[in-house]
Design a protein around this ligand. Sequence first.
Ligand SMILES: *Cc1c(COP(=O)(O)O)cnc(C)c1O
Length: 344
Amino acid sequence: MKELSQLVRPNIWKLSPYSSARDEYSGHEAKVFLDANENPYNQPLNRYPDPLQHEVKALVAKTKGVREEQIFLGNGSDEAIDLCYRCFTQPGIDNVVAIEPTYGMYRVCADINDVEYRTVNLDDHFQMSAKEMLAATDKYTKLIWICSPNNPTGNLIDHDEIEKVLKGFDGIVIIDEAYSDFSGQPTFREVLDQYPNLIVLNTMSKAWGCAAIRLGMAFASKEIISIFNKVKYPYNVNNLTQEKAKELLEAPYEIDKWVRTLLLERERMIHSFQVLPICQMVYPTDANFFLAKMTDAQAIYDYLVEHGIIVRNRTRVTKCGNCLRVTIGSKSENSQLLAALRQY
Ligand SMILES: *Cc1c(COP(=O)(O)O)cnc(C)c1O
């Protein structure tokens, strides 16, 4: 890996961050807070939230098996994705490499930041070639994006190929594990200490059932996390979100049950799709959704919309011609989808 000072945008490397009132004070003795121009009334919402979310991070550290200094919390994973560009890439100069097809936000954030977005197609089994990924890089490549389990394909990317990228690339490798709770496989969080160039993304939006609170996580070396902390908005995670997240992390009993139920439903849905005459194949999945190749994805999508059922039409995505992406819902939602498709 290159030195971080070579990878970080020069202005960000030099940046002295905004110092908020709550940054400058830390400790537990104080009882009178007259430092932040807050209103003393309307407690507890009158107070600014903890800018570094210490209490949430302590719980995340325990749940995820990482140290607090290795955690960044953001307004969804989307904030962490955007921060990767804003911290590491110089607009108009640097580039990034990503698997294709994958999650759309990596490209959108590249476009917003005016950073060249290079893609390397997955093979016919939606697997990545480390060799091809590395061949697509040059001296201006700062980031490599890998999503595993991948969206929209659903499958895990081969662990050994990912390790080859981590070992072979001298920039930052981001592995988005938004769906790892559904895969039952080892996660890259566990090898964080071995790879100083690794950033792993997680989210509360999927298995944790909390898309509405907007809480995304990045795990990385404490050096990378401190760069994120200096660039993020001072109060990027609001207090309602922090409180809800603590509640969930302290009593996560439902999550395993939800995941088990969704995985059983996923099997039922896949088997049911496989016998539909309008379904040509269902791709293997390690997530809470599956990709299905249909006879005519657009027509079936339109038909479902007319019946008030929305799936994701991925037919115009690379290598996903005539594919629909179907999220596993409740038993009743899933059954309604199947009933409608059987009537098609
Ligand atoms: C859904 C999803 C996320 C979650 O994004 P949030 O901003 O945390 O809701 C992240 N990555 C991928 C690949 C996803 O599919």
